[in-house]
Write a protein that binds this ligand. Structure first.
Ligand code: AMP
Length: 460
């Protein structure tokens, strides 16, 4: 256990960390923060869930001058979801300092809003290489005052073919800067990034203690005819609140969702064919615990960070052992224990063998017919999502929605505990509320006001 107080951080920052419940540093933080706070370049091997965001965020915040309205730090991320999460985490960590503006710059939405945010003065930008390149080209964004550059999930960015975009962006940043690179794996391209864009980077590797220690893996042998049925058996047996079920193809995702919904489970698909809007909705519902099962392909789930995931199901075994480790690593985060179940048929045993080799551990098999239902009745998620028409465009903030629900206007005042995650997207807002109050809460929102205005709300 290493205390944050061993670092050269101001008392207000330390107090904020305590308030956030960060009692001690995670291994990657303990290894990288002393180096990063000393201003040195760094290549750190870390994956989502390791606390890597705080590792680079504390470093870039320590150098930031809030009174100087210029982009002083930039974080490049592979996906919009990751960029959103990084922004949220930086804002939480920046609470101790006054008025630090963090702007997310990703594709898929109009540039107008982003341009306006930049014009209003941003200290930190977080975004995907393509959009940032675009904004640089159009001179909406300038990097001439940048002092910290972070490449987050660099391996994923390379996977997605972002090398040239990254290079184009980084060339527009001053040479005098600190560069921090975080990556779960070290494909060749990382070396290339390091030699081209970093100065004597220190390399940091932390053993993936989480993946090895706290995730229990179970394998079940299935047949083609009962593979999808087995998912329902698992859900009724383990009764998890939040599950991700990974499939190798979109077709399999759709087949499984149809089957689960037919069996009365609340399940939704996340794959590459979804419109951004639907994707936002599915992710909000899953994150606020009003969807029990997210059925996803590997590509679509990139960058997804869900806390308190009880169960990961590998509905199909992936032929890529590294992908398998990524999949199961989504559970058992931040020291919690997790369960990962893999369904394998005879013709997938080759892939299972590869996974055993890669993990250097034998697979442990369980019997399908031991999956008996436990508990009583249908497995229902604890929350229900209320969708409110109006989002970032209308300048709605989570606090406005919380305020409306906890006020006495339009119906009984609810307590904070009855209200879950609130996600504000471009055009609408999703709020999770306890199942027992869902109908009334929706009626209350329709009757009352959010941010002084009447709104339309509906249950999803
Ligand atoms: P990340 O790997 O950055 O995605 O972080 C995983 C989660 O752990 C995030 O939700 C963080 O808020 C949380 N976290 C990061 N550092 C700590 C810490 N030192 N103690 C407790 N939680 C942490």
């Amino acid at each position: 256990m290493t205390a944050f107080s061993s670092l050269p951080l101001p008392p207000a920052v330390l107090a904020n960390l305590t308030q956030l419940g960060y009692e001690s540093m995670t291994p990657i933080q303990a290894a990288s923060l002393p180096v990063a706070l000393a201003g040195k370049d760094l290549i750190a091997q870390a994956k989502t869930g390791s606390g890597k965001t705080a590792a680079f965020a504390l470093a870039l915040l320590s150098k930031l001058n809030p009174r100087w309205f210029a982009v002083q730090a930039m974080v490049l991320c592979p996906t919009r979801e990751l960029a959103d999460q990084v922004t949220v985490e930086i804002r939480r960590l920046a609470r101790a300092q006054d008025n630090i503006k963090v702007v997310t710059l990703c594709g898929g939405v109009a540039t107008r809003g982003q341009r306006a945010s930049l014009e209003n003065g941003a200290h930190i930008v977080v975004g995907t290489p393509g959009r940032i390149m675009d904004l640089l080209e159009r001179e909406y964004l300038s990097l001439e005052n940048l002092n910290t550059l972070v490449l987050d999930e660099a391996d994923r960015m390379l996977d997605m073919g972002f090398f040239d975009d990254i290079a184009t962006v980084v060339r527009q940043a001053p040479k005098e800067r600190q560069t921090l690179l975080f990556s779960a794996t070290y494909p060749e391209g990382i070396e290339k990034l390091a030699t081209q864009f970093m100065r004597e980077p220190q390399q940091i590797t932390v053993k993936a203690a989480v993946a090895e220690n706290t995730i229990e893996q179970r394998f079940y042998e299935v047949e083609r005819s009962n593979r999808l049925d087995t998912v329902g058996l698992l859900l009724n047996h383990f009764r998890p609140v939040s599950t991700i079920a990974f499939c190798n193809t979109k077709a399999q995702c759709n087949a499984l969702v149809t089957q689960l919904q037919g069996q009365g489970f609340v399940a939704q698909a996340l794959h590459g064919d979804l419109e951004q809007r639907d994707r936002d909705q599915v992710l909000a519902q899953f994150a606020n615990r009003s969807c029990s099962v997210l059925v996803a392909t590997d590509v679509a789930s990139r960058g997804l960070d869900v806390k308190e995931l009880d169960l990961v199901i590998n509905v199909d075994i992936t032929p890529d052992a590294e992908v398998h480790v990524h999949r199961i690593g989504r559970t058992g985060r931040a020291g919690q224990s997790g369960l990962a179940v893999s369904l394998a048929s005879m013709n997938e045993m080759g892939s299972v063998g590869k996974i055993e080799q890669y993990q250097n551990a034998p697979s442990v098999w369980f019997k399908r017919d031991e999956l008996t239902p436990t508990g009583s009745g249908r497995l229902l998620p604890p929350m229900v999502t209320v969708q409110i028409a109006g989002g970032r465009k209308e300048k709605i903030r989570p606090g406005d929605v919380l305020g409306a629900l906890t006020s006495t206007e339009g119906g009984p005042a609810y307590t904070r505990e009855q209200i879950g995650k609130i996600a504000v997207t471009e055009f609408c807002t999703f709020v999770g509320v306890e199942r027992s109050i869902a109908k009334d809460a929706c009626a209350k929102l329709n009757a009352g006001k959010v941010k002084g205005k009447s709104v339309r709300a509906r249950l999803l």
